[in-house]
Design a protein around this ligand. Structure first.
Ligand SMILES: [Zn+2]
Ligand SMILES: [Zn+2]
Ligand SMILES: [Zn+2]
Length: 332
């Protein structure tokens, strides 16, 4: 008992001491903000933030008994969130969400923290690529059982918009005006303000309920391409993706599977995603500068690109490409 008391005191003392030092450093930061009185310490412009990198079903994946997930059921990895990007326009104090994932609750909080403006977690707009579970079901959190939001702007392609307005439970979000659907068109620019715009680009994918798009995002200085799901590059046309990579500064591209080992050595040509090892070949001819624009994303739970320090991560980097990680921030 006595020892316990001593330990609690020691703990309390450490806690008090560490709180004190946190306050000190916060004060120093605040001081320097005032004394510099310049905008060097104030965030400005547009930032793109990686809010998640995992394929629709997340990680750990339901019923996975394999090494990739087994330990994660007891000890979840906070960095494993379903694929999503956030956009923060610091100059206009607005923020946008690309994809409404099942992890949206945490992701909107992350986006809000990055935006550093005293507003709610409700974004100024949500952009949806398509109707597969990892890309739109987070919309449920805007509904009556959760935050009962008011007219959150949701940007969706025509078939996706029809799907949401005609099928329950999504249609309830529309009739109760928790969300306000903005119909978007392929290749048609959505001007969010004078320095930020987004354009949907149609891509081939498994389109049961909606068409599938990627997004071309243009900020005041740089631009990015986001294609989390696509069939093989050859099906879309390799020339198209080469042109896009030339045009943008960053390209976040579908990397659901790494190689055949992950799918028990089945024929990778049968699986409708560009495997990372296939993308290596497709992008082999690009220059060093162009390769460096590519950030692989949308990793299946089996994908070794989720493992810190894996051979796969090293191979991607050694070939001059990158892989997306939650929390990465890019100035646009
Ligand atoms: Zn997906
Ligand atoms: Zn797994
Ligand atoms: Zn999909």
């Amino acid at each position: 008992m006595k020892i316990n008391h001593i330990l609690s005191f020691a703990f309390l003392f450490t806690l008090l001491f560490s709180c004190q030092s946190d306050q000190d450093s916060a004060a120093i930061e605040a001081d320097s903000l005032v004394s510099n009185a310049s905008d060097t310490l104030v965030q400005n412009g547009v930032e793109l933030i990686v809010l998640g990198t995992v394929q629709d079903a997340g990680s750990p994946q339901i019923n996975c008994k394999k090494e990739c997930c087994i330990a994660l059921f007891d000890q979840p990895d906070e960095s494993r969130k379903v694929v999503s990007l956030g956009l923060v326009d610091h100059d206009h104090q607005t923020r946008y969400l690309l994809e409404a994932t099942p992890d949206m609750v945490q992701q909107l909080n992350d986006l809000q923290n990055a935006a550093a403006v005293a507003k709610s977690d409700v974004p100024d707009g949500v952009f949806l690529t398509h109707g597969h579970i990892g890309h739109y079901t987070g919309l449920m959190y805007f509904g009556k059982e959760a935050m009962n939001a008011e007219q959150v702007p949701v940007f969706a392609m025509p078939r996706m918009a029809d799907f949401l307005t005609t099928s329950g439970p999504w249609s309830q979000l529309v009739t109760r005006e928790n969300i306000a659907i903005n119909r978007i068109k392929q290749d048609s620019v959505i001007q969010l303000n004078q320095q930020l715009n987004i354009t949907p680009i149609l891509v081939p994918h498994r389109d049961e309920y909606s068409e599938t798009v990627g997004f071309y995002i243009v900020g005041p200085n740089k631009s990015a391409l986001f294609i989390p799901d696509i069939d093989k590059w050859t099906k879309w046309g390799e020339e198209k993706i080469y042109e896009w990579i030339k045009r943008v500064d960053y390209a976040f591209l579908d990397a659901t599977f790494y190689d055949a080992e992950e799918i028990n050595n089945r024929d990778i040509t049968e699986i409708p995603h560009p495997f990372v090892v296939e993308s290596f070949k497709t992008f082999e001819k690009l220059s060093k500068e162009e390769k460096a624009k590519i950030y692989f994303i949308h990793f299946n739970h089996t994908n070794p690109l989720l493992l810190k320090g894996s051979n796969a991560q090293m191979e991607v980097e050694s070939k001059g490409f990158h892989f997306a990680e939650k929390g990465q921030r890019f100035s646009l």
